[in-house]
Design a protein around this ligand. Sequence first.
Ligand SMILES: [Fe+2]
Length: 345
Amino acid sequence: MIFRELNHGKCKTYLVGCEATHRAALVDPVRERSDRYLAVLAYRGLTLDYAIDTHTHADHRTAVFDLKDLAETRVVMHRQAPAPHVDLHVEDGQVLEVGKLRLTVLHTPGHTPDGICLLLEDRVFTGDTLLIRGTGRADFEGGDAGLQYDSITGKLFTLPDATLVFPAHDYRGNTSSTIGEEKRLNPRLANRSREEYVSIMANLGLPLPDKIQEVLQPNQTALEDDRIAFPSIAQLSEVRQLEPERVWAMIRSGPAHHLLDVREPAEYAGELGHVPGSVLIPLKDLAARAGELENAKGRSIVAICRAGVRSTTAAAILSSLGFDSVYNLKGGMLAWNERKLPVER
Ligand SMILES: [Fe+2]
């Protein structure tokens, strides 16, 4: 097996490759290092089958979309990931084959809803779910310390004690650990109950990362247009969120609402379908095409996307453009389909 950490920094990117077939995968590639990854792949004669993000990163821009473009690889993220242009949405238990290697997906929500770990033979990539003597913070949008505790104790800590642990970050210069060591020595987890863990995580008092908004929104939306001013955290938190049942009730009560889908055309026509009567304007075109919504100005607008993240951005943009009755479909088409509400394809 070819196995390398490629950044030698606080953010970790792992290259795994099959020596027999020259197929490879990258786990958590960082955008500013894309050129280096391409050079390593070329030098070793490896074909990149997958660029995998273990979750939506808030502290650095991901390279997966650049690699999709430049190395014609497939972008892999969990089903809950909000970003468009993901080629393969994976679920718990799914296996990715990289030549003769097998990467098994473990869904480990908590740090983010879309968090996954990847099990590869004697080792596990733990993303920001489990760090060396630490854990990823659970206080970002969608984070849940209780779920994180369940993911770690119920999934990762059931692996053999000798399993090697390779996290997405390390701030102290560590390179690997084992499941057994973390069970015994991780101060947040060793002999801690779920309640204790939740209380520890609620009292970390960490500042938000620098540039969180400039990083998180492009990673969530794949928006590359630098001319678009991303809404601030405060603007996003003001967006009114509606459960799917509420939106369905609005639709049935009459045509006084404008349903605005902000996904990509392929998603609108894709497996999740779209809400009947919804009109498509992709998020990247929204600022330029907002004029098309002038006739909706007196009505309520409900923004819709895959997971409810891009549409929250869209709703905040529309609010800032003077639309005053804008809502978001909470959980997006994923939640809509889970409730078995009607869709068109
Ligand atoms: Fe993270």
